[in-house]
Design a binder for this molecule. Structure first.
Ligand code: CS2
Length: 487
């Protein structure tokens, strides 16, 4: 038996299921980036909101690259399970908020037509950092990005999320349909303003009037999103199947904690997310900075150092006292650079992060978090370093994380084995390593010269010296011993 709307009544009583009739759900949101994170985060908030206040807010979930999620969910009437996991076991919930699944490259015009429907009032995004096709150091649209070049040349069959949004907005404008609200839910600083800038830049590149209209008429609220959602494994599938008494081809597994902070600027309305725990604020910036620098900054640092030290998951990594000490010290160093959101106690926030990282039931792979570091470092670690330098404060903990990233992206681990580096700049970084070899001074200088990542920070000796020093220690002693010797 397979999870399906017709089989909902056969689920064991302890499995939560939609309290509304999924057949009656109409769609109002197009979500680009139908990954595990969206399904365990915004879709769950939307599910809660539908339970509280039913309305036409079903989600059209769109994969921008491969058909796997659609292939798994379509035979299930788009239903899937969220398994919430901590040491005490799993609680299972079948979610119905994703009403339809689509694969953008299979038929771009169909997705564009959907985005142009007046019923669609929000287009949300979890396309990961690299999906924005921007220059991570400056936040500007990369007009040389192949997908952006393609979408400018052939706007009716876009490839990039930005290309889809611009073309859909242009068509709505022409047809006199009010623009949807664009809601970025990625871990990028000022994600609303960043997305607004990218969409406007592409619109301007096509037509100055369209650009001006985007700037004047389209709302791009910023958000801070948080929930740890590791990639689903076959073991997860088996556990969920046992709990459901039927198969779910692609459940998602998440920690109990979740948080969503949103700016309330929705020109065509929104689900009752505020009634179900999302926090609406005038300015997301302090929340986002707190989360990016404390959670994601230590996540990335732990991921590179943990992987190099031979640890598979974050929980295993922080079970090592020297690694836990590093994460605490990194957060303590970064905290003074973070504006404290109203009502927050940053020390308490950091302690809670350590507990979340330690959740032994989550198999969150260091390799997964290590992905796309070239796109992540600027907002996770480099901004912190800049602010610390401006205060004259030491940057050694930040520098160690950056050096571990460098050591990692060479693609060779501490035992000389290959690392499968997944990063849009992987080839370029491997090419630089091929020129310098494992010489910390030359390698460090070459990587610090990658201006898309480091901007002008790479040329600042107050940063470059501790990074190269840390890289030398990582090469000489390895990650574990380097951490053990940190004061
Ligand atoms: C992680 C994030 O993969 C990563 O880079 O740092 O996905 C992290 O788990 C989430 O941002 C938590 O909200």
């Amino acid at each position: 038996m397979r999870l399906h709307p017709d089989n909902l009544s056969r689920l064991p009583p302890r499995v939560t299921r939609p309290g509304y009739d999924p057949a009656k759900l109409l769609t109002g949101i197009v979500h680009l980036g139908l990954g595990a994170f969206h399904r365990a985060h915004q879709a769950v908030y939307t599910e809660d909101a539908l339970e509280r206040e039913f309305g036409p807010w079903g989600i059209v979930g769109v994969s921008l690259r491969n058909p796997d999620t659609r292939d798994a969910l379509q035979p299930q009437g788009s239903l899937y399970t969220v398994a919430t996991r901590d040491g005490g076991g799993d609680s299972l919930r079948v979610v119905g908020a994703v009403k339809v699944c689509m694969v953008a490259p299979e038929d771009p015009p169909v997705l564009l037509a959907t985005m142009c429907s007046p019923d669609i009032r929000i287009v949300s995004l979890t396309i990961t950092e690299k999906g924005y096709c921007h220059d991570p150091a400056t936040g500007r649209l990369n007009l040389k990005h192949p997908d952006i070049l393609h979408d400018l040349a052939d706007p009716g069959r876009p490839k990039s999320a930005i290309g889809f949004i611009v073309e859909a907005l242009a068509r709505r404008r022409k047809a006199g349909v009010a623009p949807f609200t664009v809601l970025s839910c990625d871990n990028l600083p000022h994600n609303g303003a960043l997305t607004a800038g990218l969409v406007a830049a592409m619109a301007h590149a096509r037509d100055a009037e369209l650009g001006a209209w985007v700037e004047a008429e389209v709302a791009f609220p910023s958000t801070m999103v948080d929930r740890i959602v590791p990639a689903t494994t076959d073991d997860d599938r088996a556990l969920v199947e046992a709990g459901l008494g039927m198969a779910d081809a692609w459940p998602v597994v998440a920690e109990p904690f979740k948080q969503w902070v949103i700016e309330d600027r929705f020109t065509l309305g929104r689900p009752a997310w505020d009634a179900v725990g999302a926090e609406f604020v005038a300015d997301v910036a302090p929340y986002e900075m707190m989360k990016l620098r404390l959670l994601n900054g230590s996540h990335s640092s732990l991921a590179y150092l943990g992987y190099l030290g031979g640890f598979e998951t974050i929980a295993e990594t922080v079970a090592q006292p020297d690694y836990a000490r590093h994460a605490r010290a990194l957060m303590a160093a970064a905290a003074p650079t973070v504006p404290v959101p109203p009502g927050y106690d940053l020390a308490g926030y950091q302690a809670q992060l350590m507990q979340r990282f330690a959740n032994p039931a989550l198999k969150h792979r260091t390799w997964q978090i290590a992905m796309d570091g070239s796109q992540k470092l600027p907002q996770r670690l480099l901004g912190t370093a800049r602010d610390l330098l401006a205060k004259g404060a030491p940057v050694d903990r930040i520098a160690l994380g950056v050096a571990a990233w460098m050591r990692y992206v060479t693609g060779v681990d501490e035992r000389g084995q290959p690392i499968s580096v997944s990063d849009p700049m992987a080839e370029r970084l491997a090419g630089l390593f091929a020129q310098t070899g494992p010489d910390p001074a030359r390698l460090g200088a070459a990587y610090l010269g990658v201006s898309e990542v480091f901007g002008d920070l790479g040329a600042d000796p107050r940063f470059a010296v501790p990074v190269i020093d840390a890289l030398a220690r990582l090469y000489a002693k390895g990650a574990r011993a380097t951490l053990a010797e940190m004061p």
